[in-house]
Design a protein around this ligand. Structure first.
Ligand SMILES: Cc1cc2nc3c(=O)[nH]c(=O)nc-3n(C[C@H](O)[C@H](O)[C@H](O)COP(=O)(O)O)c2cc1C
Length: 221
């Protein structure tokens, strides 16, 4: 797979098979992702790989918290106000995801079941948690962490491992600190669910969209 193909065919996977990728494979992917560029080569990312019994407990507790209606308290807050064009795109991917699973807009039960499946990380057998130290300047460290995550997802894709970057995975950082031994001095940025793609599931094949080039590019000669 060349790089263009990798970039164009990677997609967020929202249902995984039970088979876990080998530890050595995940290790190889993370090893290569270390070569992500960062501001001043600061390499601010810390990576926690969670599998097995600890991941099972995390999914169980996250589901319990989600069902209890516990407020989500991520270390990186969700935006309160978005430009309307961004909000529309956010809503659009939500609609596409639910409709691929034949969940109607007014089907509250169906939607709740989907959100609970999200708390279970869509069945992913591996969760990679990326965190940065709190004393870092947030803007650049977040940019670096984002670049690291993208490299990780592309490398995983090349190795046949599906991924989903998940803000929803880090809704309860207190639970993560407790189960994964992540320090109070670190800001938990995002989780990346990893595993083999369930190819039969329509949630992994619906059509994705991007805005046209002309809407985002300004050439100045
Ligand atoms: C920072 C970040 C957080 C995300 N959080 C979630 C999430 O919590 N749940 C989810 O289903 N998808 C999540 N996504 C996936 C996006 O919805 C997805 O990248 C976007 O719709 C583009 O689709 P694609 O990745 O399939 O190309 C997240 C992506 C990013 C970059």
């Amino acid at each position: 797979m060349n790089l263009f193909e990798a970039v164009l065919t990677r997609r967020s996977i929202r249902e995984f098979s039970d088979t876990p990728p080998e530890k050595t494979l995940i290790d190889e992917i993370i090893d290569a992702a270390r070569w992500t560029p960062s501001w001043g080569n600061t390499q601010p990312w810390n990576v926690t790989v969670v599998r097995g019994e600890t991941l099972r407990r995390f999914k169980e507790e996250s589901t319990r918290l989600a069902m209890s209606g516990a407020p989500s308290e991520p270390d990186v807050s969700m935006p309160e106000k978005w430009p309307s064009r961004c909000l529309e795109r956010y809503r659009d991917v939500g609609r596409r995801t639910l409709s691929s699973l034949s969940i109607a807009r007014d089907d509250r039960e169906g939607r709740n079941a989907f959100y609970l499946r999200m708390a279970e990380l869509f069945g992913a057998p591996v969760l990679v948690v990326v965190s940065i130290e709190k004393e870092l300047s947030l803007e650049y460290a977040m940019l670096d962490a984002g670049a690291f995550i993208q490299t990780l997802c592309l490398l995983a894709h090349e190795k046949g491992v599906g991924s989903c970057i998940m803000a929803a995975a880090v809704r309860y950082p207190g639970l993560m600190r407790e189960l994964f031994n992540i320090s109070q001095n670190e800001r938990i940025v995002a989780g990346v669910a990893l595993g083999y793609t369930d190819r039969e599931n329509p949630v992994n094949t619906f059509e994705r969209v991007r805005v046209e080039k002309d809407e985002i590019v300004r050439w100045v000669d």
